[in-house]
Design a protein around this ligand. Structure first.
Ligand code: 6PG
Length: 247
C-alpha cells in the first residue's frame, strides 16, 4: 500500500493497450493545455514503444501540433544513434522521423569522446532551449516527462545508491556503469532536470513489475521514488503490474 502522504497519483488500467491509450490521452491534453512551445521528454525501455506506435496512428498523429512540439529523451545508452539499443533511435524509428520536424527532435549525442562529453553537450542544448542556466520552479523545463521503472527501482539511468541521485547543479550526467542490462555507459538527466515539468508520467506494465511496485508503494528509498515533478506525478500501472495491490 502507498504511504498516505504520497503525492503521487496512481491510475490503474486494464492492460498495456489501455496504458498506452491513457498515456497518449494525457500527452495530447498537455499539448492542448499549452498553446505555446510544448516540450515532451521521452524515455527508453520496452514500455513506451506501444505508446509510440499509438502516436503514429492516424487518430493521434492528426491531433498532435507537430510544429510546436519538441521531443527530448530522459536517458540514453552510449551507443550509435542507429543502434537498436539507442532510446531516441527507437522513438525516431517508430514515430518521430516520419512526423516531427527534424529541428524539433533533440537526441542526446553519442558521437562524442564519452558519456561525460555527451552530458555536457545535452545540458547546453537543454539550457539554450530553456533560455536560462538555472531552473525556475515556476517555469518548468518540460510539459511532460515520461518515465519507466526498472526491476531494481531505477528510473531514467539513475540507479539505486548512485551518487548522481544527489546531484543538485548539473542537469545531465554521464553514467560510466549501468547496473542492469544493457551494460553500456549511459547519459541521464538528473532528478532536478527531470522533475522540472508540469507532469511526470510513469508507465509500469506486466507481472514482472509487481515486486518492484510493491517496494515503491512501501516507500523504499529507490530512484523511482525520488523522482518527483514540481507539478503532477502520475503512475500509470496495468493490472498485471498491480496484482492484488490496491493503489
Ligand atoms: C532505459 C530506460 C529505463 C527504463 C526502465 C524500465 O534506458 O533503459 O530509460 O530507465 O525506463 O528500465 O524499462 P521497461 O519499460 O523496459 O521495463
Amino acid at each position: 500500500m502507498m504511504a498516505g502522504d504520497d503525492p503521487r497519483k496512481v491510475i490503474a488500467v486494464a492492460d498495456p493497450a489501455a496504458l498506452a491509450a491513457a498515456a497518449a490521452g494525457r500527452l495530447l491534453a498537455r499539448m492542448e493545455a499549452n498553446p505555446g512551445r510544448t516540450a515532451i521528454c521521452l524515455t527508453g525501455g520496452s514500455s513506451p514503444s506501444e505508446l509510440y506506435r499509438l502516436l503514429a496512428t492516424e487518430s493521434y498523429r492528426s491531433r498532435i501540433p507537430w510544429e510546436r512540439v519538441h521531443w527530448f529523451i530522459g536517458d540514453e545508452r552510449f551507443v550509435a544513434a542507429d543502434d537498436p539499443l539507442n532510446n531516441m533511435g527507437v522513438a525516431r524509428q517508430i514515430f518521430l522521423d516520419s512526423h516531427a520536424p527534424a529541428a524539433n527532435i533533440h537526441p542526446i549525442p553519442t558521437d562524442t569522446a564519452g558519456p561525460g562529453e555527451s552530458a555536457r553537450r545535452y545540458e547546453h542544448e537543454l539550457q539554450s532551449f530553456y533560455g536560462a542556466r538555472e531552473l525556475e520552479p515556476a517555469r518548468p523545463l518540460f510539459d511532460v516527462v515520461l518515465m519507466g521503472v526498472g526491476p531494481d527501482g531505477h528510473t531514467a539511468s539513475l540507479f539505486p545508491d548512485d551518487p548522481f541521485l544527489e546531484e543538485t547543479a548539473r542537469w545531465v550526467v554521464g553514467v560510466p556503469r549501468a547496473h542492469v542490462a544493457p551494460f553500456v555507459p549511459r547519459v541521464t538527466l538528473t532528478l532536478p532536470a527531470l522533475g522540472s515539468c508540469r507532469e511526470m508520467l510513469f508507465e509500469v506494465a506486466g507481472s514482472g513489475k509487481r515486486a518492484i511496485l510493491t517496494r515503491l508503494f512501501a516507500g523504499e528509498n529507490l530512484p523511482a521514488n525520488r523522482a518527483r515533478s514540481t507539478g503532477e506525478t502520475i503512475l500509470l500501472a496495468d493490472q498485471a503490474a498491480l496484482g492484488g495491490e490496491s493503489p
